[in-house]
Design a protein around this ligand. Structure first.
Ligand SMILES: Cc1ncc(COP(=O)(O)O)c(C=O)c1O
Ligand SMILES: [Zn+2]
Length: 422
């Protein structure tokens, strides 16, 4: 496959970064289509579809994957353009340079988990502060390509912030349904500031999500930006492409699991790298759920074949989800990689967060679940301390400041002066 070239508008050839004026010239002979994961029914990518008409299964994007993959040009998500949207032609891309995040390691965090060396992929360093930006650049680019004039999503916070930012760049109005009282004020503030229309749902995320699905069925003009949109998954695959390129011997990748888009993206990325012959051994996915929001764990650990929704409750609001839409994709990927699903308590999440924060790296509560999950598996002897593992830190430390302030030790100035004088 011929490498793709970089084309920028005249404006963008100055020193400025114009996030709405990039285009990539791709070879036009590639093909992509939507495919139902249950019955295999194919749909054209020009249709705004998320669920199969025939069997109500989830749709995924399939590509005629090139024989080999040449990554040239852009950094970050669009570096992998031939593997995420090879058939898009010369389209205007809505990008803020997302991806290419740091892979940290810190002795104190490794020691906490019991691993000799732990990698932390910091997705909180994306433009709006979470991994969602990787999926959003692809989904909003697609929204524009399909001529959508409104976007819509349900959100525990990060999706709304990302959707609002990218929709604003594209000049499309964003509508976000949020579970009122169930969302961090920092995330909600971002969505408001970026100009989203906020719709309050007197209920939880799951209720907001089912409203979005209902609206999408009747209103084609509202383009859905939740991870039920298969293009979100395409962008999020790049987290795992980057990890696998950096750490060829990576055995475990741990990530917090809510609506299960990221678990699905991890598996698809691993599968495609394996098919391309870019890896020999496949990393195992470790999906980590909060104990009070663990329907996926119940499915994986139990005998059933269908996810049973639960009423979700956890301090980690980003993964407070009881009826994850992507469970059917995610369970397939956990089984494909021989991975595991594990639960951690809120106390374990906050303990892990404190260690990550004190190391100087920092993350939001849900992200620390991945570190807590690895610790638990090492403690239980299900992961060897010398195994190579990466925890995905999905969100920035500033995403949930209330959880930090609740737990802060502050001393009055008099006490401090006395201490200095002693
Ligand atoms: C910080 C953070 N971590 C993890 C998740 C869960 O990801 P997923 O819904 O793809 O399972 C979310 C989703 O909102 C999130 O915002
Ligand atoms: Zn189907």
């Amino acid at each position: 496959m011929q490498a793709y070239g970089e084309q920028r508008s005249e404006q963008a050839s100055t020193h400025f970064y114009y996030p709405d004026s990039i285009s990539i010239n791709m070879e036009p002979n590639s093909e992509s289509w939507l495919s139902c994961i249950r019955c295999g029914q194919k749909y054209d990518i020009s249709r705004r579809k998320y669920i199969c008409d025939r069997c109500h299964g989830l749709l995924e994007v399939k590509h005629s994957i090139p024989d080999h993959f040449t990554a040239e040009g852009f950094s970050g998500v669009w570096h992998y353009a031939p593997l995420i949207h090879p058939a898009m032609g010369n389209t205007r891309i809505i990008s803020r340079g997302e991806g290419g995040t740091a892979l940290y390691s810190h002795e104190s965090v490794s020691k906490f988990t019991g691993l000799s060396s732990l990698g932390m992929k910091h997705e909180g360093e994306n433009p709006t502060g979470s991994f969602k930006d990787r999926g959003m650049t692809v989904a909003v680019t697609e929204a524009l390509r399909l001529g959508a004039t409104e976007t819509i999503c349900a959100s525990t916070g990060n999706t709304s912030a990302s959707a609002a930012s990218y929709s604003a760049l594209a000049g499309i109005r964003s509508n976000v349904l949020i579970p009122s009282g169930n969302i961090s004020s920092s995330k909600l503030s971002q969505a408001i500031a970026y100009g989203a229309r906020i719709i309050d749902i007197p209920g939880d995320f799951d209720m907001a999500m089912s409203n979005v699905i209902r609206i999408a069925e009747s209103r084609q003009d509202y383009y859905v930006l939740n991870s039920i949109n298969p293009w979100r998954i395409e962008g999020q695959k790049t987290i795992f492409f980057e990890i696998m390129e950096r750490l060829r011997d990576c055995r475990f990748i741990a990530l917090p699991a809510g609506n299960l888009g990221n678990t699905s993206a991890a598996g698809k990325a691993i599968r495609e790298f394996k098919e391309l012959g870019l890896i020999d051994d496949i990393p195992k996915i470790i999906s980590v759920q909060a104990e009070g929001a663990s329907p996926f764990y119940n499915l994986w650990a139990g005998a059933g074949e269908k996810l049973e929704p639960v009423r979700a409750s956890t301090i980690a609001s980003a993964i407070r989800i009881g009826n994850p839409v992507n469970w059917e994709k995610a369970i397939r990927e956990i089984r494909y990689t021989g991975g595991m699903v594990v639960t951690v308590t809120d106390r374990e999440i906050m303990e892990a967060k404190r260690v990550v924060d004190r190391s100087g790296i920092g993350c939001e509560p849900a992200s620390a679940a991945s570190v807590a999950g690895l610790k638990k598996l090492v403690d239980q002897g299900r992961i060897d301390r010398n195994d190579s593992a990466v925890a995905v830190l999905t969100g920035n430390i500033l995403k949930d400041t209330a959880s930090i302030l609740e737990d802060s030790d502050r001393i009055p100035v008099d006490a401090f002066m006395q201490e200095l004088a002693a």
